[in-house]
Design a protein around this ligand. Sequence first.
Ligand SMILES: NC(=O)c1ccc[n+]([C@@H]2O[C@H](COP(=O)([O-])OP(=O)(O)OC[C@H]3O[C@@H](n4cnc5c(N)ncnc54)[C@H](OP(=O)(O)O)[C@@H]3O)[C@@H](O)[C@H]2O)c1
Length: 292
Amino acid sequence: MMRPDVLIVGASGFVGGALRRVYGETAAGTYCRTATPGLERLDVRDAGAVDALVDRLEPRLIIHPAAQPNVDRCETEIDESYQINVTGTVNVARAARRVGARYLYFSTDYVFNGEIGPAQVESPPDPLSVYGRHKLEAEVFIQQNLDNYVIARVCGVFGFHPQGKNFIMALLDKGRRGEPMRVPCDQWGTPTYVDNLADAVKELAELDFVGIAHPVGPDFLARTDFAHLAAEILELDPSFLRPTPTRELGQTAARPVYGGVDNRSTQALLRTRLLPARDGLLAFKRRMEQCA
Ligand SMILES: NC(=O)c1ccc[n+]([C@@H]2O[C@H](COP(=O)([O-])OP(=O)(O)OC[C@H]3O[C@@H](n4cnc5c(N)ncnc54)[C@H](OP(=O)(O)O)[C@@H]3O)[C@@H](O)[C@H]2O)c1
């Protein structure tokens, strides 16, 4: 790996892949289990390996989308979640501090209880799940121990990701096959287009800003409303969508009902326009057609 300006820890993932597209050759990146050409293997649980990589590269900026983001898995594999989402974050954050790198960490609206709708940056966290508690513990460590950081809380990220399992790819697959898809009718959030998120995060990383940011879309939508909008834009007959109350979905971890985060204080910092769901879906469709 050449000496880079930027290191993306978790570049093999969905958000990490969008960040790679934005940074191009100026960023080095890591994978853990998904071997990916051009990326170096790193397990964030291994503090020695984190230190060795960061000391060797001495990046100016470390962006950290690596996580165990499977909310239901975290609920039962609690130790694994802790090791990746807390210990792994502490390991990378400490290494960033040691080499004087700016540190940009991805967190989630699941640090909130979903009783109030889109949460403000300063709203009091109250996670409902193991995943949310662990992401919050990582946030607190960063706030208490670093002085050059951004915590980017995101929600409902969607985008083109052929190998991935994100909501929009599942919807596209089921819709094309006409297979029924159960969609929670009582979970609300702020859908965020992944390539727009990557542009916003790059801009945030370059600003003289320290603290928590919410680089998400401006629309507060029920999952079913988002699914119907997606079906319309993707020209799918929406009859495959089956609005279903969360209690009937059998999800292991509790979900915030009125989730999402409010992007207004972050939008005020940025030239990048945080895209409404419709514009994000249109961009998604264009990208899907380019990749066909
Ligand atoms: N997607 C969303 O809607 C959403 C919503 C809220 C918050 N977030 C947050 O946004 C961030 C990115 O999410 P995502 O959707 O891009 O997740 P993702 O596609 O599952 O990617 C996760 C990344 O973490 C890496 N990783 C997993 N375990 C690791 C370990 N032990 N050591 C090092 N790397 C490891 C994975 O590498 P391998 O695949 O190579 O193992 C992958 O690159 C996460 O922090 C997540 O909590 C996402």
